[in-house]
Design a protein around this ligand. Structure first.
Ligand code: ANZ
Ligand code: ZN
Length: 870
């Protein structure tokens, strides 16, 4: 064993051992407990960032810990390989997205390998490869035939200069990111997944996910947005509208119908369109609304605007005529695209009514509540404790009585009905992009949209294309789109849109169970063996879309008979961000020039408090901007590769795990990394000293001295607490702290006798085992050096010897009036009275209480005695 800890050598050795032994290649083993540990797969952007390293280290620690629990652990990895960055990079560097992507994958894979992750690489899945997306296309055709996928017109951002559709994030201040042209909204045919058909189940089965953070479940619930209300029908006023008809609105507050003073419709609504025919101002307003944002966050904050259409509808309960407005705050895609406005009790309507001087009619009141139309107050939304007023025969009712009475009457007169609805929309998956999975549909003039037959799948995406940014390249490639109709054989046109890349990441977790299976999307037997995933780990940014789509896909696959479980991920851990200090100088134009932490030297005072920072290159001061998520924009990213090259993977892993609990943010610090490295060197040093003196014989636990008992107690206490921290709470940071405490004891422990050394041996074994999931390379090496012929990855997690925890005597701290004055040793079995007596008899206590009378003695069992005297 070398005297020096040299991570480069031992990490290479451990990794080649695992490779040679195929240590992490797993197969189904009936009868053995499985554990499927999955980290969200990366987009192959070029190189790993610190967030990846943290994510994959957490996953790896859990996987390795579970293996030591005797489980058959599956930990796979793959690549979420389609997507826009590849197209952008391709345009910039004139290389095909495929080539760029595959090169990035090769590099990032080597980085992942250098981290020493316990991954079964034989299961690697790359979503841009035809053997993967073939099955996505296969499912698409099945779902299309079932009607779970359908085609309808959707609104997209159209760049008139580049002649292309843009994603929302490519539209900056209303202009195309490349061309700078004003973006138009366009209606084009698109494919939709009918996720709304699963809305109820996606909502209700959240209740079964005990292993998910509450916060994520709440975000999903809000996104699905189930609401209870009613459709309410207003007959047209024929005189003003010109035709007979009915306007339907959806309201969650039909109980407030008596307070409705106008109705408002979306720009796309037929009544608005009708009004526009004879009113150019309305036509112009509609055009303006359509150009605006459809993002809901913007809808909530933007200024409410509208125009009276001159039309009226009839209130279904009072027979009053209500004016019809077209308003920008009414969404076309939600409910009926029309609202009954109750300005007295709805904030948006209140703002609108105030602006256009529309009547406000209060229909609820409450004890001690003052109604005031000059400003919006928030008590109206709180249904509890309010009763109806100004509502004729519905006066004096609470929310649910008013709701029932009004909806009952509406139902009786066929002017309304109870309705539950969801905020969730169907999932539009058509993208007018090149680097994605081709949609397997053929358009035939006589047969319509024909799914590509199974024996003609996959529809292969040509890989040697360099897009030019102007429109989809596929739409310009007759060799791609010219085909014949699978039904009638006539010349036909292949669909040139590709799928949203969220589709690939919605089922990769299932493909890992049988990644090379050619008989279907998944081998059901293998999929059911491994699924659901026992532990899923990833960023909170995926709390809604990815996790919702994956849950949806799992249910789709279940309904195809491919998997039998209802949910894909049993336990979810959302890891916190990696943050780092930021440094900047203010430029003359007021902008900021950000400096990387690596180029900055921090100045501290004698107490290590930061007092300033200087740029290394010019020695001049820089401002400290506070800690923020590592990002390019603040230039505070640290390249994990530098850290691995300098200190080794184990240091990097230990730092990440020790810095904070996995669900909280982890602050990058050079000092922290150095500290982690120093600790590993300490472990190494102690092990080296121990091993060099020759391995001791067996420990005889029946003949331990008091000092030896204390050491052994520290060893087993560390096992107990670390097991608890990791196994029950994923608190790797405190588990590491336990090992550090144990190391302090072992470093001071006697080594005089064979028994002393046998005890240190046990201690070092425990340190090695407890660290094995976190720092697997050094543990691999130490385990061998400590005399084991099997590898540490095959060792069992250590068991606590409860008898070692039993204490014969306890040391208690003694205080007089809260000040530390001494220590006493008492038998562990001592009663309260005995402890108190021992404390009173203590020499120092006698000295500090001389001349005083003792008022009270507080005993905190196992810890301290405080004597109150005056
Ligand atoms: C009258 C009313 C009175 C309403 C009141 C609310 C409070 P959630 O809960 O999100 O489902 N609404 C309906 N369709 C709309 C659309 N297309 N665009 C904008 N707003 C729309 O929201 C349902 C409520 O949002 C409905 O209940 C309706 O306003 C409005 F004191 O009707 B309410
Ligand atoms: Zn045909």
């Amino acid at each position: 064993m070398h005297e020096q800890y040299s991570p480069r050598e031992i990490e290479a050795a451990a990794q080649s051992h695992w490779d040679a032994q195929k240590s992490f290649v797993v197969s189904e083993q009936p009868g053995k407990d499985t554990f499927y540990c999955l980290s969200m797969f990366p987009y192959p952007s070029g190189k790993l960032h610190m967030g990846h390293v943290r994510n994959y280290t957490i996953g790896d620690v859990i996987a390795r810990y579970q293996r030591m629990q005797g489980k058959n652990v599956l930990q796979p990895m793959g690549w979420d390989a389609f997507g826009m960055p590849a197209e952008n990079a391709a345009m910039k560097n004139q290389v095909a997205p495929a080539k760029w992507t595959y090169e990035n994958i090769a590099y990032m894979k080597s980085q992942l390998k250098s981290l020493g992750l316990a991954i079964d690489w034989t299961r690697e899945v790359t979503t841009c490869k035809p053997d993967y997306y073939r099955w996505e296309q296969w499912l698409f055709t099945r779902l299309f035939e079932k009607g779970v996928i359908y085609r309808k017109n959707g609104t997209v951002n159209w760049d008139p200069v580049d002649q292309t559709v843009l994603a929302n994030e490519q539209v900056i201040d209303g202009r195309g990111w490349r061309s700078g042209a004003l973006i138009e909204k366009r209606e084009i045919p698109m494919y939709y997944f009918k996720i709304t058909a699963y809305a109820d189940e996606l909502l209700s089965s959240l209740d079964e996910l005990d292993g998910w953070p509450e916060q994520v479940k709440t975000m999903q619930r809000n996104w699905i947005g189930k609401s209870f209300g009613a459709d309410i029908v207003f007959d047209y006023d024929v005189a003003s509208i010109g035709i007979d008809g009915q306007l339907k609105v959806y309201s969650t507050r039909p109980d407030t119908l008596m307070g409705a003073t106008y109705v408002a419709v979306a720009a796309e609504h037929p009544l608005a369109q009708r009004a526009a025919e004879s009113n150019p101002a309305i036509a112009a307003f509609i055009a303006e609304c359509k150009a605006g944002s459809v993002a809901e966050a913007d809808m909530a904050t933007m200024e409410k605007k509208g125009l009276a259409t001159g039309q009226f509808v009839i209130h279904p309960l009072t027979g009053d005529k209500l004016p019809v407005f077209v308003a920008n705050y009414v969404l076309w895609g939600y409910g009926e695209g029309a609202v009954m406005a109750v300005p007295a009790h709805d904030e948006r309507d209140f703002e609108f009514a105030g602006k256009y001087d529309l009547p406000i009619k209060q229909v609820y009141t409450g004890e001690g509540k003052d109604y005031d139309t000059s400003t919006w107050q928030d008590w109206y939304g709180d249904k509890a404790g309010l009763t109806t007023i100004n509502s004729g025969k519905y006066d004096g009712l609470d929310f649910s009585a008013a709701f029932d009475a009004i909806v009952g009457d509406l139902e009786a007169s066929a002017h309304g009905a109870r309705k539950t609805q969801f905020r969730l929309r169907d999932w539009g998956i058509s993208r007018q992009r090149y680097w994605g999975c081709p949609i397997p549909i053929i358009h035939c003039e006589s047969c319509g949209d024909v799914p590509v037959p199974e024996d003609q799948l996959p529809v292969v995406l040509p890989e040697d294309v360099v897009p030019d940014g102007a429109g989809s390249p596929l739409a310009k490639m007759p060799e791609f789109y010219e085909c014949s109709c699978p039904k009638c054989g006539a010349p036909a046109k292949r669909e040139t849109d590709t799928m949203d890349t969220f589709v690939e990441s919605s089922w990769y977790f299932a493909r890992y169970a049988s990644p090379n299976y050619e008989g279907g999307m998944v081998d059901p037997q293998a999929a059911n063996h491994w699924l659901p995933v026992d532990q899923y780990i990833g960023g909170i940014e995926h709390a809604i879309l990815h996790l919702l789509y994956a849950r949806f896909f799992h249910k789709l696959m279940r309904d195809e008979g491919l998997v039998s479980s209802n949910e894909p991920f049993k336990n979810l851990l959302t890891q916190g961000m990696v943050v780092a200090e930021t440094y900047y100088r203010t430029l003359e134009n007021g902008g900021k020039d950000w400096f990387n932490p690596a180029d900055v030297e921090v100045e501290r005072d004698a107490k290590a408090k930061v007092i300033g920072a200087k740029l290394k290159s010019d020695g001049l001061p820089v401002e400290i901007g506070g800690t923020e998520k590592m990002s390019k924009s603040k230039n505070n990213g640290v390249d994990p590769q530098d850290m691995i090259d300098q200190y080794g993977a184990d240091t990097c892993r230990l730092f990440m795990m020790f810095a904070s609990p996995p669900d909280q943010s982890c602050e990058w610090s050079d000092a922290g990394v150095e500290g982690a490295n120093r600790f590993l060197r300490r472990v190494w040093r102690l092990a080296h000293a121990h091993v060099s003196a020759g391995l001791p014989g067996k420990l005889d636990i029946t003949s331990l001295s008091d000092e030896q008992k204390a050491v052994r107690r520290a060893i087993h206490l560390a096992i107990k607490q670390a097991s608890n921290d990791i196994g029950q709470h994923h608190k790797f940071n405190t588990a590491v702290a336990q090992v550090m405490t144990l190391m302090n004891v072992l470093e001071k422990a006697a080594t005089a006798t064979e028994q002393d050394r046998a005890l240190v041996h046990e201690g070092l074994e425990i340190v090695t085992l407890l660290l094995a999931p976190i720092t697997p390379h050094i543990s691999h090496e130490l385990w061998q050096r400590l005399g084991h012929s099997d590898a540490v990855i095959d060792a069992q997690w250590p068991q606590v010897d409860e008898s070692a925890l039993v204490q014969d005597s306890l040391t208690l701290v003694v205080q007089v009036n809260g000040k530390l004055r001494g220590q006493i040793e008492v038998p562990a079995s001592a009663s309260r009275e005995e402890v108190e007596a021992a404390a009173r008899a203590n020499e120092n206590v006698l000295r500090f209480t001389e001349g005083l009378s003792i008022r009270k003695v507080i005993v905190v069992p196992g810890k301290l005695v405080n004597i109150v005297a005056n």
